[in-house]
Design a protein around this ligand. Structure first.
Ligand SMILES: [Zn+2]
Length: 72
């Protein structure tokens, strides 16, 4: 069992990861939620604990709606 438990990528958060989202997808939502990520620039996946995922979930949905309006 070499698999390490991934921790939430939000700064100062040490909960284990519940959801993984693409950085591109989560970037705006995370900014809107005033969260700071503690990841390297090259990383394109963001690991979030359940609490933090819940915080950006609403924003992710909003973004998707805007996209639909733009292309619909
Ligand atoms: Zn977290």
């Amino acid at each position: 069992m070499a698999a390490k438990k991934k921790l939430c990528d939000v700064k100062d958060c040490s909960n284990s990861t519940k959801k993984t989202v693409s950085r591109e997808q989560a970037g705006t939502a995370i900014k809107q939620a005033n969260m700071t990520l503690d990841i390297r620039d090259k990383v394109n996946k963001v690991h979030l604990c359940a609490d933090h995922y819940r915080k950006i979930k609403k924003q992710l949905k909003k973004d998707r709606q805007i996209e639909r309006l733009r292309w619909g």
